[in-house]
Ligand binder design. Structure first.
Ligand SMILES: [Zn+2]
Length: 454
């Protein structure tokens, strides 16, 4: 089984790709951010391609380990097809800006830019051209994925890598992707209309089942393009696959080809963030943490940044568990992202040191962390603010008194050297303090008291 993807994302620019119209189309009334160029008027003259868009696409390409095409003309082509959202009758799309990349062992065939079409509403028969001409980056993978599950994981990593660049603006909760799938002995089937990672997974699941059945029954699988129907979770035939000639690609005679110089690539390479999949590998190697934890750390660039500044002064293994379990839990609970964190790395270091040095219990540490996320302050001050000092100390003494008074038999057993009895007493004390006290401390206090009261 061979599966590949074509993924489109909008690039974060102020202006459209071939004209000066603004790109903030979401809140604008229909057909207000338009001009003759992006509505495809005959005789309109497109501007040279937006530099920012080209640079952003180069960043995406470098993030995916691609080779940028340098010192040769990259033509803008016209790709002809007929649809109401495409007023000129062709979509402008560049030749590859970069090729030969890799992400999680899957080849990236090419990265190029193109213009977004308008938005057609078939129910009302209306078209809004505000989106027409917004720059898109398209990433095409090699057909090197082998299952629906693998594809789902790959799409998640790809989105994360694109987000890391901070140069794309995915429409919230959506993904614009086409996928192609072929089983051994069957034709290549392209599936369009995929709008989410989950949608891609379901479309592939359905398609694998359909193709297997068709082959088993001797009917065979023809080469075609199908559409994914989100509501029914099935794919239906769209048209027999166009071959490239059907689009009648020609270089756009109105636009000079793009030429990228090597020095430009190097400049961008210096300025970009480390790709998340590479960073994940580095975190494992550099700090000796588990790869599953490293993956969680790089899920957000800001989380990984915070982690890396904290582990300069705290044991990485210890810190990583606190990030993975406690911090992620608090953030999820408060519906926040790491980017929303306002406390400083120094405050996190201090908190972890207090826990490591047993100044406070892990349970108290979690309470302080939660408060620190809510209203950033020095963790020592937060311990006082939350009344975690003293109170627990008193409570603990009282709990121990109570346990000793109520369990004379167990105390005798401890004196006879029965360790289980000590654990039983500690368990009772834990119950009384509702799990807020440090079990090690309880054991220590109990031993002391049992020895004293002979
Ligand atoms: Zn325009």
């Amino acid at each position: 089984m061979k599966i590949g993807f074509e993924i489109h994302e909008q690039l974060e620019t102020d202006r459209k790709l071939f004209c000066d119209c603004p790109t903030d189309y979401r809140d604008a009334p229909p057909n207000t951010n338009v001009c003759p160029v992006c509505t495809g008027m005959p005789g309109s003259k497109p501007a040279p391609p937006n530099r920012r868009a080209i640079e952003s696409a180069m960043e995406v390409a470098l993030m995916l380990d691609c080779e940028v095409v340098v010192d040769e003309p990259i033509y803008i082509q016209r790709k002809h097809y007929d649809y109401p959202d495409l007023p000129s009758g062709y979509q402008r799309t560049s030749l590859p800006i970069a090729t030969d990349g890799e992400l999680n062992g899957v080849g990236i065939r090419e990265v190029h830019i193109e213009e977004d079409p308008g938005k057609y509403d078939p129910t009302h028969g209306t078209v809004d051209y505000n989106r027409s001409g917004i720059p898109l980056v398209e990433v095409i993978t090699e057909p090197e994925l082998h299952s629906a599950e693998e594809s789902r994981d790959f799409l998640r990593s790809l989105r994360r890598a694109l987000e890391y660049t901070e140069k794309v603006r995915p429409e919230p909760g959506t993904l614009r992707a086409d996928t192609n799938i072929s089983l051994e002995g069957g034709g290549r089937v392209e599936i369009k209309n995929i709008n989410s990672v989950k949608g891609a997974y379901r479309a592939l699941k359905y398609e694998i089942m359909r193709q297997k059945k068709a082959m088993e029954s001797g009917e065979g699988v023809i080469r075609e393009t199908r559409a994914y129907m989100e509501s029914q979770m099935i794919t239906v035939p769209m048209r027999t696959k166009e071959v490239a000639e059907d689009y009648r690609y020609i270089p756009d005679p109105d636009i000079f080809p793009i030429v990228i110089e090597r020095s430009q690539v190097e400049e961008i390479r210096q300025s970009i963030f480390e790709a998340p999949h590479l960073r994940e590998r580095r975190l494992v190697k550099e700090y000796g943490i588990d790869s599953s934890i490293a993956r969680i750390m790089v899920s957000e660039r800001k989380l990984a940044d915070l982690f890396e500044s904290v582990v300069q002064r705290v044991d990485p293994e210890f810190a990583s568990h606190w990030f993975k379990d406690a911090l992620k839990k608090v953030l999820n609970y408060m519906n926040m992202r790491a980017a929303d964190i306002e406390f400083t790395p120094q405050q996190m270091v201090k908190l972890l040191k207090m826990i490591e040095d047993k100044d406070i219990t892990p349970e108290q540490g979690e309470l302080v962390l939660r408060e620190m996320v809510k209203s950033p302050a020095d963790p020592e001050k937060l311990v006082k603010k939350l009344g975690l000092e003293g109170l627990v100390e008193d409570e603990l003494q009282r709990a121990i008194d109570e346990v000793i008074e109520n369990n004379p038999k167990a105390i005798k057993d401890v004196r006879k050297g029965k360790e289980e009895a000590l654990n039983f007493l500690a368990g009772q004390a834990m119950k009384l303090t509702e799990g807020r006290a440090d079990p090690r401390k309880i054991i220590k206090l109990l031993r002391k008291r049992v020895a004293e009261n002979k």
